[in-house]
Design a binder for this molecule. Structure first.
Ligand code: AMP
Ligand code: TRP
Length: 346
């Protein structure tokens, strides 16, 4: 199986795709798990497409005015984090109709059982699945379409998206197998760095999330210096100081989380951070972390605010991005339709 997968991929030029939902504010988990790493691919010269997944956002209720604001703010967040809309392609999903069109095909390839096993579905629908939207259930098929409508080979994401990316590979493999083609690549997840899973500041067993009721559990990209310092000062820890070796962080999820955040923000290894702070109490480490977080995040939030002052410019960037994206997606969708047996315009 692995061998076929590798042969399949060799035929594709490297292309990076990733998406973020424009629902609610960006937080440090989004930045370290995703945004911060997006610019790397772009700067290595790999063609990269970054997407505000507004069609995914509405799988749960969104206030229409908030959705528009969040989409523009997310676009500002991408640019402020180093994505250059000239080098990369920046889009909102709904302006590139081939995403939704390919998603329909994938709805017919993916199996109910695969979807039912997704932990994000189980978490979000909970015990009330009868009342969840059909879109929430089909969410991963749209995500597979986002990626495969570009023949993207690499997808940088946080740890929480791993299962969805495995499903994307399964959908591509089943499509290729059912139609006897090697048309879709078997995409590689790119989950790397010290902070692929940033945890809540209040509970080291839960991931930092925009849906957590407690604002103190996360650092928002738009928090000011005071708020950042206060949240880090109040972050849950244990009474011991920092260990000098990584294994001293085992069974200390809160301490490990803060060290991971420091390492990721400073582009250092966890070992290097412990070499400096091992043996120090949190009363020393937390202020250092707060200073570092403010130094890294303040310029980004200032740039986001500057960009948000001109929403028309953001809208122009997205319109242009969509036109460039469609040069890639339209031919791939056309070929998919042909493979599936749809009669094309004469
Ligand atoms: P979302 O906000 O759920 O659309 O997530 C957007 C991106 O941020 C995805 O690549 C996620 O994997 C990543 N992400 C979200 N929360 C976290 C977290 N707590 N730690 C690391 N990455 C995260
Ligand atoms: N499901 C992703 C999340 O919640 C967002 C997403 C949608 C995505 N489509 C994608 C991520 C395609 C990577 C590639 O974070």
């Amino acid at each position: 199986m692995t061998e076929t997968r590798e042969t399949t991929n060799a035929a594709f030029t490297p292309r990076v795709f990733s998406g973020i939902q424009p629902s609610g504010d960006l937080h440090l988990g989004n930045y370290l798990g995703a945004l911060k790493r997006f610019a790397d691919a772009q700067n290595r010269g790999i063609q990269s497409i970054y997407c505000m997944v507004d069609l995914h956002a509405i799988t749960v209720w969104q206030d229409p005015a908030d959705l528009k604001r969040s989409t523009r703010e997310l676009c500002a967040g991408f640019i402020a984090s180093g994505i250059d809309p000239e080098k990369s392609i920046l889009i909102n999903q709904s302006q590139v109709p081939e995403h939704a069109q390919l998603a329909w095909i994938f709805n017919c390839v993916a199996r109910m059982g695969w979807m039912g096993r997704m932990t994000q579905w189980k978490d979000k629908a909970g015990k009330n699945a009868e009342n969840a939207s059909l879109g929430l259930f089909a969410y991963p098929a749209l995500m597979a379409a986002d990626i495969l409508v570009y023949h993207a080979t690499h997808v940088p994401v946080g740890e929480d998206q791993k299962q969805h990316l495995e499903l994307t590979r399964d959908i591509a493999a089943k499509f290729n197998h059912d139609y006897g083609v090697e048309f879709f690549p078997i995409t590689e997840p790119v989950i790397e760095g010290a902070a692929t899973r940033v945890m809540s500041l209040r509970d080291g067993s839960k991931k930092m999330s925009k849906s957590d009721a407690s604002d103190a559990s996360r650092i928002n990209m738009t928090d000011d210096a005071d708020a950042i310092a206060r949240k880090i000062r109040k972050a849950k820890t244990d009474p011991e100081g920092l260990p000098s070796e990584v294994k001293g962080l085992e069974d200390r999820p809160e301490a490990r989380n803060l060290v991971n955040i420091y390492a990721a923000l400073d582009d250092r290894s966890v070992e290097a951070v412990l070499a400096e702070y091992g043996g120090q109490p949190f009363s020393v480490f937390k202020p250092a972390l707060a200073d570092l977080a403010v130094a890294r995040l303040a310029p980004i939030s200032a740039e986001m605010a500057r960009l948000m002052a001109d929403p028309a410019q953001i809208d122009r960037i997205l319109t242009e991005g969509a036109a460039r994206a469609r040069e890639i997606t339209a031919p791939i969708l056309r070929q998919t339709y042909d493979i599936v047996g749809m009669v094309a315009p004469a």
